[in-house]
Design a protein around this ligand. Structure first.
Ligand SMILES: N[C@@H](CCC(=O)N[C@@H](CS)C(=O)NCC(=O)O)C(=O)O
Length: 221
């Protein structure tokens, strides 16, 4: 039996949080090796574990995978979260890339200098309300099904649920006009694996605070 995947990253959400969510939703137990210092990062770089000298890196099925999207796609394919054919896969990828564009703004937000945070928050709210959330609400409305693609849970539903939680943490009113997105989030949150991940004490990471941001910045400076 293959061992548990091992996630190499710092102690924060960053780019790894998508991967934690997807594994958890798929019911896969995983271990984390948390980098605490620059030396921890250098060690991984020196031993050749990081193809592009970057994390996230995930040891899984005898591979050392880097590049967040490649890792997500492997997990999705392995655990039947990637559609039934190439057309469904194309839609799942198209939706997930839209989510990634918004998620990039959200995940970097805690690392911005205070003077840039207000502007970024306005941008996140504007893009959520006027671009990305209406687009996903429209998809759900167009087919009336429980999930975004093929009436079946996929990577796209899981990443969207995570994104909805994360944006709502920054603006509690952002979902007010999106009833189908709220219903999707409730549906996904009630899956036993996700329900467990949403409980306190799980491997889900909290939003980075000033202290954790300082510690993480030291690793990469
Ligand atoms: N395209 C890569 C980007 C990875 C990335 O930027 N990782 C950051 C940490 S979140 C890093 O390792 N930075 C150090 C560096 O680029 O040298 C991915 O999606 O995995």
């Amino acid at each position: 039996m293959a061992g548990k995947p091992i996630l190499h990253y710092f102690d924060g959400r960053g780019r790894m949080e998508n991967i934690r969510w997807l594994l958890a939703a798929a019911g896969v137990e995983f271990e984390e090796k948390i980098m605490k210092t620059r030396e921890d990062l250098e060690k991984l770089r020196k031993d050749g574990s990081l193809m592009f000298q970057q994390v996230p890196m995930v040891e899984i099925d005898g591979m050392k995978l880097v590049q967040t999207r490649a890792i997500l796609n492997y997990i999705a394919a392995k655990h039947n979260l990637y559609g039934k054919d190439i057309k469904e896969r194309a839609l799942i990828d198209m939706y997930s890339e839209g989510m990634a564009d918004l998620n990039e703004l959200v995940l970097l937000y805690p690392y911005l200098p205070p003077s840039d945070k207000g502007g970024r928050l306005t941008q996140i709210k504007e893009k959520s309300r006027n671009r990305y959330f209406p687009a996903f609400e429209k998809v759900l409305k167009s087919h009336g099904q429980d999930y975004l693609v093929g009436n079946r849970l996929s990577k796209a539903d899981i990443l969207l649920t995570e994104l909805l939680y994360n944006v709502e943490e920054l603006d509690s009113t952002v979902l007010a006009n999106f009833p189908l997105l709220k219903a999707l989030r409730t549906r996904v949150s009630n899956l036993p694996t996700v329900k467990k991940f949403l409980q306190p004490g799980s491997q889900r990471k909290p939003l980075e605070n000033e202290e954790s941001v300082e510690a993480i910045k030291k690793i990469f400076s």
